[in-house]
Ligand binder design. Structure first.
Ligand SMILES: [Zn+2]
Length: 365
C-alpha cells in the first residue's frame, strides 16, 4: 500500500493548531511535520483546510421501541461519516429475560453486523435490576462495553433505576472500572404533573415540557452528585439542559468529585419557543429533558468553554416525524422522545461554537 501524504493542512491536535503535513503508512499516522516529501506517496493537498481527528459521538440511539415494535437503524451510521464523526457509541438495551451477554450477541447479530459505516462502541441499558444482572456487570469490560447508563426517571418502566439499584451500580462501577452515564430527572415530580394533565385532559404536545420542569432535572442532578460522593464513583450526566445543573456540576468539580457532563446541539441552539408552536411543529422537538428557556443557552456554551461540560453529543434518534412522532399528536404521552442530529453535530459545533463562541479550536478536540 502506498503511503498517504496530506500536505499543507491546518492540523488540529489536542494541544495545537499548526500548518503541517501528515504521513500515514499502512493506515497509521507515522509523522506530523513540516515539509514531508515522499515521492511515491498518494498526495492530498489540504491547503486552507482543517485536518481534524475523527469525531466521537458518545450518545446515539440506533434502536428504539414503540407500540411493541423495535426499530433498528444502524445504516444511519453513514450519516456520521459524511460529517466527520468516525466513532459512535450506541445503547444496547438488555432484552427481557435475557442476560447482558445474550442481549449483546443478539443485537450484534441482528442489527450491527454488516450495517455499520464507522467505528462503534456500546453502553448498556439494563431492563432488569435483579441480582444476576447486577452481578453480570462485573463482566462488562470483558464484553467490550465501557458504560452502564442509568435512569432516575421513567418510573414504572423496566429501565427505571430505584436509588438502591443506583447505589449498587455506582459501587460496582468503582470496583470494576466501568463508567456510569446518568439520565437525571426526578420521576415523581414528572408523574405527579402527568397525572394532573391527564385529569384535566391537557394532552397536547406542549404538555410534555410543562410536565418536566427544571426542578425535576436539578433535583436528580443534585442527588446523583451526592451519590457519586458517597460511593466514590465517576459519573457523567447525559444531556444537561439547565443553568442550574451546570452550576451543580461546577461545584462538584470544585469539591474534587469525578463528575462530568454532556450537552447536545438542541440544548445549545433551540429553546422552549419551539414547543409553543403548532402541535405538528412542536412535536418534532419532543425529547427528554425538554428544550428550555433561552437564558440557559449562554450558560451551557460557557460551561463548554470552561470544561464544566465535557461533551457535545447528538443524542441522535431515528424517530420519524410522520411515522412515529405524529402517532402522539393528540396525546403527548404517546410521542416517542428523541430527535435526529448525528450528521449535524459536527457542522453545528463548527459554525455555532468555533466560529462564534469557542475561539480555541483545540478545545473541540
Ligand atoms: Zn439518549
Amino acid at each position: 500500500m502506498k503511503p498517504l501524504l496530506i500536505k499543507n493542512g491546518i492540523i488540529v491536535t489536542e494541544t495545537d493548531t499548526n500548518n503541517m503535513d501528515i504521513l500515514c503508512e499502512n493506515g497509521i499516522i507515522t509523522k506530523i511535520e513540516h515539509n514531508i516529501n515522499i515521492p511515491d506517496a498518494n498526495i492530498v493537498d489540504a491547503t486552507g483546510l482543517f485536518v481534524l481527528p475523527g469525531g466521537v459521538d458518545q450518545h446515539v440511539h440506533f434502536n428504539f421501541s414503540m407500540n411493541n415494535n423495535t426499530y433498528y437503524s444502524w445504516a444511519s451510521s453513514k450519516a456520521a461519516t459524511v460529517s466527520g464523526t468516525t466513532t459512535v457509541i450506541d445503547f444496547l438495551n438488555q432484552k427481557p429475560n435475557k442476560s447482558i451477554k445474550e442481549s449483546l450477541d443478539e443485537y450484534t447479530q441482528l442489527a450491527i453486523k454488516g450495517n455499520t459505516f464507522c467505528d462503534y462502541g456500546l453502553h448498556i441499558i439494563l431492563n432488569s435490576m435483579d441480582y444476576n444482572t447486577l452481578d453480570e456487570l462485573k463482566n462488562l469490560l470483558d464484553y467490550g462495553i465501557g458504560t452502564c447508563k442509568i435512569f432516575t426517571a421513567f418510573k414504572g418502566e423496566t429501565h427505571y433505576c430505584p436509588d438502591e439499584v443506583i447505589l449498587k451500580i455506582l459501587s460496582l462501577s468503582k470496583e470494576v472500572g466501568f463508567s456510569v452515564m446518568v439520565h437525571a430527572e426526578n420521576p415523581d415530580i414528572i408523574k405527579m404533573l402527568q397525572q394532573k394533565s391527564i385529569y384535566e385532559n391537557k394532552l397536547s404536545p406542549d404538555n410534555h415540557y410543562k410536565t418536566r420542569p427544571y426542578i425535576s432535572e436539578i433535583e436528580a442532578v443534585s442527588k446523583m452528585i451526592y451519590f457519586a460522593e458517597f460511593t466514590g464513583a465517576n459519573i457523567c450526566f447525559a444531556h444537561i439542559s439547565t443553568k442550574e445543573s451546570v452550576e451543580l456540576i461546577k461545584n462538584a468539580k470544585k469539591r474534587g468529585l469525578n463528575v462530568f457532563g454532556e450537552t447536545c446541539p438542541h440544548y445549545l441552539l433551540f429553546t422552549q419557543e419551539q414547543l409553543d408552536k403548532s402541535p405538528e411543529e412542536s412535536i418534532k422537538f419532543i425529547c427528554s429533558p425538554p428544550l428550555r428557556e433561552k437564558y440557559n443557552l449562554q450558560h451551557i456554551w460557557k460551561a463548554l468553554q470552561e470544561d464544566v461540560l465535557s461533551f457535545i453529543s447528538s443524542d441522535h434518534s431515528d424517530i420519524n416525524w410522520k411515522n412515529h412522532k405524529m402517532f402522539g399528536l393528540n396525546n403527548y404521552l404517546q410521542v416517542p422522545n428523541g430527535c435526529p442530529g448525528l450528521a449535524e453535530r459536527f457542522p453545528i459545533i463548527w459554525s455555532e461554537g468555533v466560529k462564534k463562541r469557542i475561539s480555541n479550536t483545540t478545545t473541540i478536540c
